[in-house]
Design a protein around this ligand. Structure first.
Ligand code: ADP
Length: 604
């Protein structure tokens, strides 16, 4: 190419043309290379099958470099196999070439990497007959390669005699092999990577599934745990309430070996209230600290029994912090809690029960006593009634006799009269008491002339003393002056009955001496004191002498008639008059009773 107007000689022009041809060839080589390498890149991107890929590449280089035969083989330890081949003269069956590589060629190739052999040196049998006549093999280039899928491979290029210079420069073939094996390697790696990726993905998926499953399980477990926790919380609160709100004191003791309390583990509010100790104080105490001194010895045998039976009950006396005591019934159970041996003790304050128990015993004793008194009363009554009746009947029979003296008749009539009056008194007492008990007797408050009443009573006592042959006994009626002819508001019948009963008793139980009735006004109260110098009442009877049917039965009183109702009637009537009757004193020197009623003076 003429670049400027400079004049060139023929020689210079020839050189110039040769240079340009060279440049042209080089450019053409570069173009070929570019085409080939582009083709390789595209093929690798578009063809996935190894065999087809190599075939396409071999075809391309065969066309570009005008070489008739090329193939790719894999050398095994003892043989080799064709991976792919291309023959420009082949009809498509790929069997135009039957490479026969001698062992020494392979060995040489493996040590050198690239081998160029003239076809004269190669066994003529390397090519099949059917293609032999179509080209004249000139040179064979063998390039050894190594990739991840073909460990020991060889690219074989065969040139035609008409294209002798094609293998002068092996750059393009080496590059071809390098790029192909590189690409192959990369492809293999990519495939491997893909496989790894896929396997990884599979593993990740499997792991994710497993993790999701585990997660779900975990979630469910957490849910269950939360539910259980919630239920446990409710249960805990419930039991805490039960424990704290219980009326009985509850203690939880940890035991150390047999029959030895180690420490208090828990107490409830009732224990604090029952004993007066604080929570902290109780937590530092043992059951023995709660028991009164004399009972501490019972603890050891109780714990030993508990160790055997696992449950036990005991009644002990507990002492409060302030020193006061109270009876408790302690129910205990032995069991294992968290590998520890513990005793649950429930202590109930049984003060009320004990009181009720004592009251019941009292009531029972009273009922028994009442029953005994009733029986004795009945026995007594039958005697008391029969004796005067017998006398009445007997002496009435006797009085009918014809030959009786007048004085005898009079004596018998007296006896009959006395016994009748005694019987009448007896029946009166019984009837009065029954009426009072049944609530039929009601007081009627009227003005009563006390002086008049006292005079009347005196006459009665005198008559009684006479009847009992006790006229030697002195009667003293001592009345305060201010009461002289005074009217007092009360029930005369009932007042008279009380005083009569007390005076009658004095007459009955006095053999000698005197009977005194003293009346006075003491602090707005009208007081009567009836005293005698009789046999007296033994001390042990003082408290119960006003109870019905109670009588002193000894040799002194044996023959004295009575019902045991007189004082009981006095007591009831005095109450009706809003007053009080009391035994003031009684000894062998005599007895004195007092009757006190409200003093209501009346003008009429
Ligand atoms: P009684 O009908 O037996 O006299 P009371 O109820 O009047 O019954 O008296 C109960 C008992 O008290 C009598 O049985 C007697 O033993 C005793 N007693 C009552 N008054 C006197 C008294 N003044 N002196 C001695 N003993 C008395």
């Amino acid at each position: 190419m003429v670049e400027d107007n400079k004049e060139y000689s023929i020689e210079e022009l020839k050189d110039r043309i040769t240079d340009l041809e060279k440049q042209n060839n080089a450019l053409s080589d570069q173009v070929e290379e570019t085409i080939l390498f582009n083709f390789i890149s595209e093929s690798f991107d578009s063809i996935s099958n190894d065999k087809e890929l190599i075939e396409a590449l071999l075809e391309k280089i065969s066309i570009l470099k005008e070489i008739p035969v090329c193939y790719c083989i894999e050398i095994k330890s003892r043989s080799y196999k064709v991976i792919s081949s291309y023959c420009a003269y082949d009809s498509g069956s790929n069997d135009c070439v039957e490479p026969v590589l001698k062992k020494e060629i392979i060995a040489q190739l493996q040590s050198q990497g690239v081998l160029k052999i003239k076809c004269d040196d190669v066994d003529p049998a390397v090519f099949k007959d059917k293609v032999k006549h179509k080209f004249e093999p000139y040179e064979i280039v063998l390039i050894h390669f190594h990739s991840h899928n073909v460990k020991n491979g060889v690219f074989v290029f065969v040139s035609d005699i008409n294209n002798k210079e094609v293998f002068d420069d092996l750059f393009i073939f080496n590059q071809f092999v390098k790029i192909v094996t590189d690409k192959w390697e990369r492809l293999g790696l990519i495939l491997q990577l893909k496989k790894l990726n896929q396997s990884l993905e599979r593993k990740v998926k499997a792991r994710t599934t497993e993790l999701t499953r585990l997660n779900n399980m975990l979630f469910q477990e957490i849910q269950t745990h939360q539910n259980t926790n919630h239920e446990l919380n409710i249960e805990r609160k419930k039991f805490h309430q039960l424990f704290q709100k219980a009326n009985d004191a509850i203690y939880l003791w940890e035991i150390d070996g047999v029959a030895s309390i180690k420490r208090c583990m828990e107490v409830n509010q009732a224990a604090i209230e029952m004993t007066g100790y604080s929570y902290d104080e109780l937590m530092n105490m043992t059951p023995s600290d709660l028991m009164v001194k004399g009972m501490k010895g019972q603890l050891k045998p109780f714990l030993e029994k508990l160790e055997v039976n696992k449950t036990s009950k005991i009644e002990v006396i507990h002492q409060r912090k302030d020193g006061t005591t109270f009876p408790v019934e302690v129910n205990s159970h032995l069991f294992t809690l968290d590998d520890k041996k513990v005793i649950l003790s429930i202590a109930r304050n049984i003060s009320e029960w004990k009181k009720i128990e004592l009251d019941l015993i009292d009531a029972k004793e009273q009922a028994e006593e009442s029953d005994r008194l009733k029986s004795s009363f009945l026995a007594n009554m039958s005697h008391e009634i029969r004796t005067p009746l017998n006398a009445i009947c007997g002496f009435t029979e006797l009085i009918k006799e014809d030959n009786l003296e007048m004085s005898e008749v009079k004596d018998f009539a007296d006896i009959i009269l006395n016994n009748s009056s005694h019987l009448l008194n007896l029946i009166n007492d019984l009837v009065d008491f029954s009426k009072i008990e049944a609530g039929y007797v009601k007081p009627t408050f009227m003005p009563v002339n006390i002086s008049h009443l006292l005079r009347n009573l005196e006459l009665n006592v005198q008559s009684l003393l006479y009847n009992f042959n006790k006229e030697h006994i002195k009667i003293i009626i001592d009345s305060a002056e201010e009461l002289e002819e005074k009217l007092v508001l009360t029930d005369e019948v009932q007042l008279r009955q009380i005083l009569s009963n007390l005076l009658n008793n004095s007459v009955k139980y006095t053999r000698k001496g005197s009977i005194t009735l003293k009346t006075s006004i003491v602090k707005d109260q009208l007081q009567f004191i009836i005293s005698d110098t009789g046999i007296g009442i033994p001390k042990k009877f003082h408290e119960k002498i006003f109870e019905r049917f109670v009588q002193v039965k000894d040799k002194k009183t044996f023959s004295i008639p009575g019902t045991g109702l007189g004082l009981a009637i006095c007591l009831n009537l005095a109450e009706m008059l809003n007053g009080e009757v009391k035994l003031l004193d009684s000894s062998i020197k005599g007895t004195s009773f007092s009757l006190t009623i409200p003093y209501y003076p009346s003008s009429k």
